[in-house]
Design a protein around this ligand. Structure first.
Ligand code: ZN
Ligand code: ZN
Length: 359
């Protein structure tokens, strides 16, 4: 884990912001910047210092996981432990950015007077660390690839055992078991197994409904490995598909393959979305594709870059995101196909490789 490199990138990012330091409390951002996986702690990073403040439950863990940070053991209220820390940063640090999307109103109310007493100002800032996280480094790619491989393998195993009469819940359980058997720490999110009409709901939770022949089954799953999340969807059918399934499946697959083949570095998330959406719209199903084409994925299942209608994020080399068009028809069901891709040498490289229906 190259956290020294990440600290350097954060310091570079501070340059244009007029901030002298940044205060990090969001769990994934904290882990990304420091390597520390504990559930409590604050990072304070300036041009000269990088401090991880955590309580006695975590100091030993922090020392081993976050060697690029100075570990400070804290106790009591912020009014107790924060003033000496702020003093360490000296008078040249006055404007301190904080994650306005993640610090609660209550926390802000406790922190702001402490900063102010120390002659410093808390400056609300969005996405400073998130914007670093969109570019995956080698260590991250390795973890992501592991999560994706576990997901692909678990899917192949479970797909072969699918039978009419099994409940959605049973299938979801088998998937989780297959993840764990392969060393995953768990699921990236609660698996979606949606058969027949349930597939029309993009976020259906597995139920006691049973799988039936001739109905589409949407399976959206992801393993979590070393903190990194996979995210993959396949739509399968047991028995003989009818003409509706073949037609809808073909539109969604064409939309997905077209997006993967034609997305290039430098286009926006909105442009990328349109590449797939145009195909679905021309086929007369635009109204039934109600979500974004994809999303970045990493320490969080949904992170930057945004890949959807209206997303101005520019897709760049080294970004990793999903491509997941779908068509959802009320009363019938849904078809969604989702893979994770990486932008490399200007084009999308497929990271997932689970078999698609008919393939
Ligand atoms: Zn998914
Ligand atoms: Zn997804």
């Amino acid at each position: 884990m190259s956290t020294a490199n990440r600290i350097a990138r954060l310091r570079d990012a501070l340059g244009p912001t007029q901030l002298d330091a940044f205060f990090v409390s969001q769990p994934e951002n904290r882990r990304y910047m420091s390597g520390f996986t504990g559930s409590a702690g604050w990072l304070l990073v300036s041009k000269g210092l990088a401090i991880l403040a955590t309580d006695s439950r975590y100091t030993e863990q922090a020392e081993s996981q976050a060697p690029d940070f100075q570990i400070v053991q804290i106790a009591g209220t912020v009014g107790t432990w924060l003033p000496p820390l702020l003093e360490e940063f000296g008078e040249e640090v006055t404007r301190v950015g904080f994650e306005s999307e993640h610090v609660t109103h209550g926390s802000y109310g406790r922190l702001a007077p402490v900063f102010s007493d120390a002659g410093k100002e808390m400056v609300s800032w969005e996405n400073l660390v998130e914007d670093l996280r969109v570019f995956k480094d080698d260590a991250e790619k390795e973890a992501l690839l592991k999560a994706i491989r576990v997901t692909d393998e678990a899917f192949e195993e479970v797909r072969e055992s699918l039978q009419p009469g099994q409940t959605e819940r049973e299938v979801a359980l088998k998937i989780e078991w297959a993840f764990r058997e392969r060393g995953a720490e768990g699921e990236a999110f609660e698996s979606i197994v949606a058969s027949g009409p349930n597939g029309a709901m993009a976020h259906h939770r597995p139920s006691d409904d049973i799988l039936r022949e001739g109905q589409p089954i949407v399976i959206d799953i992801g393993a979590k490995v070393d903190g990194y999340n996979a995210d993959m969807t396949r739509t399968v059918i047991l028995g003989e598909p009818d003409d509706t399934f073949k037609r809808i499946y073909d539109i969604v697959l064409t939309a997905q393959e077209t997006a993967i083949a034609t997305i290039e570095s430098g286009i926006t998330g909105d442009d990328a979305d349109a590449l797939a959406r145009n195909i679905i719209e021309h086929a007369g199903h635009g109204e039934e594709f109600g979500h974004a084409l994809g999303h970045g994925v990493g320490l969080a299942v949904h992170e930057g870059p945004r890949v959807g209608r209206g997303a101005s994020d520019v897709l760049r080399e080294g970004m990793v995101f999903t491509i997941e068009p779908g068509i959802y028809i009320s009363g019938w069901g849904g078809v969604r196909i989702e893979d994770v891709v990486e932008l490399r040498d200007g084009k999308c490289i497929m990271l997932s490789s689970a078999t698609k229906w008919g393939g």
